[in-house]
Design a protein around this ligand. Structure first.
Ligand SMILES: C[S@@+](CC[C@H](N)C(=O)[O-])C[C@H]1O[C@@H](n2cnc3c(N)ncnc32)[C@H](O)[C@@H]1O
Length: 273
C-alpha cells in the first residue's frame, strides 16, 4: 500500500526534491544515482507530475549536483571525524544517511517538521546510530536531545532560503553555543533570486513551491552573522557542469559559469567553527 503525503506549503518542497532525485537517478551516467529516491517515489501516493514547472527538466541536474557536492563534503568530514554527530536539518525525504557509507560510531540525526518525519519513518529504514526528530529547527527544544561532546557536521540542504534571516541567525547561534567544533554546509541563492521568488509567490504556490526569504550575497555575511564561523569555500553549482550527462544542459551551465551574475546565483557553502 502507498503512503499518503498530504503536504502543503514548505513541507511540499521535499516532494519536489525527492522526485527530481528519482528522475535524475534514471539518467544514463547519473550524477547522484539516488536509487533510494526512485524507490521512495514508488511508495508515495501523490501526483508528482503537478510539481513540474515548464522548462524545469534541468532542475534534476541542479539538484543532483548540489546533493553530490554536499555528500562529498559530508564524506570528507566523516573521514576526519568518524565519531561525529551529524545534524541533517530540513532533511525532508532525502536519503543522504543511506547514500553515505557511515562509520559505525557516527550518530546521525535527520530533523524536519513532524508531518514530514512521520512519512519518512514509513518509507525508509532506521539503521543503528540513526534517529529522526520531528520538530521545527527554530524550536530550540530538539537540540537538548543531541549529544554535544563530539565534533558536529551541520547539513542544511534546501533549508536556509526557507527560513527568515533572523531565524537562521538564531539557529546558528544555538548550534555554535551547543557544540565546540564542527562544520556547516548548505546551499544558498543570490539576493536577486530571493526577490524574484517573492514577486512570483502566487504562481509558485500553484505548483507547490514557496517563496524564499534568506539570500547569501557574500559568504563573509555569514561570518558577520556569527563570528564563530570561518569561511572555508563555496562552489557555484554551474561550475560543476562537466558532471552533467546531457549535452544541452552541460553547455548551458558551462556558459552560465563564465558570467559572474549567473555563475554565483546558486552556490554551496562550507564553514568551519
Ligand atoms: C526544499 S526541501 C529540502 C529537503 C531535503 N533537504 C532535500 O534536499 O531533499 C525543504 C525542507 O525543509 C523543511 N523545513 C522547512 N522549514 C523547516 C523548519 N522550520 N524546521 C524543520 N524543517 C523545515 C521542509 O519541511 C522541507 O522538508
Amino acid at each position: 500500500m502507498k503512503e499518503k503525503a498530504d503536504f502543503t506549503g514548505v513541507e511540499q518542497t521535499t516532494l519536489i526534491t525527492l522526485y527530481l532525485r528519482a528522475w535524475e537517478s534514471r539518467s544514463k551516467d547519473s550524477i547522484l544515482g539516488d536509487h533510494f529516491a526512485a524507490e521512495a517515489v514508488k511508495r508515495i501516493d501523490y501526483d508528482f507530475g503537478k510539481l513540474m514547472v515548464r522548462g524545469g527538466a534541468g532542475n534534476r541536474f541542479t539538484l543532483a549536483l548540489r546533493s553530490r557536492q554536499l555528500d562529498e563534503w559530508a564524506a570528507d568530514f566523516l573521514r576526519r571525524h568518524p565519531d561525529a554527530v551529524v545534524l541533517h536539518l530540513g532533511c525532508g525525504l532525502d536519503s543522504r544517511a543511506l547514500r553515505l557509507d557511515l562509520p559505525p560510531r557516527v550518530r546521525w540525526f535527520d530533523i524536519d517538521l513532524p508531518d514530514v518525519i512521520d512519512l519518512r519513518r514509513k518509507i525508509y529504514p532506521e539503521p543503528d546510530g540513526y534517529r529522526t526528530i520531528g520538530a521545527s529547527v527554530t524550536d530550540p527544544g530538539w537540540l537538548d536531545e543531541i549529544p554535544a561532546d563530539r565534533p558536529v557536521l551541520i547539513i542544511a540542504e534546501g533549508l536556509v532560503m526557507h527560513l527568515t534571516e533572523n531565524d537562521n541567525k538564531r539557529l546558528f547561534q544555538q548550534l555554535t553555543e551547543r557544540f565546540g567544533t564542527g562544520e556547516l554546509i548548505f546551499d544558498g541563492f543570490a539576493p536577486w533570486v530571493i526577490r524574484m521568488t517573492q514577486r512570483m509567490s502566487k504562481s509558485l504556490a500553484r505548483r507547490g513551491y514557496t517563496p524564499y526569504w534568506t539570500a547569501i550575497r557574500d559568504p563573509r555575511d555569514v561570518e558577520r552573522w556569527n563570528p564563530r564561523f570561518t569561511y572555508i569555500e563555496d562552489v557555484p553549482f554551474v561550475s560543476l557542469y562537466a558532471r552533467i550527462p546531457a549535452r544541452v544542459y552541460r553547455t548551458a551551465y558551462r556558459l552560465m559559469n563564465t558570467i559572474s551574475v549567473t555563475r554565483n546565483f546558486y552556490r554551496m557553502f562550507r564553514f568551519g567553527f
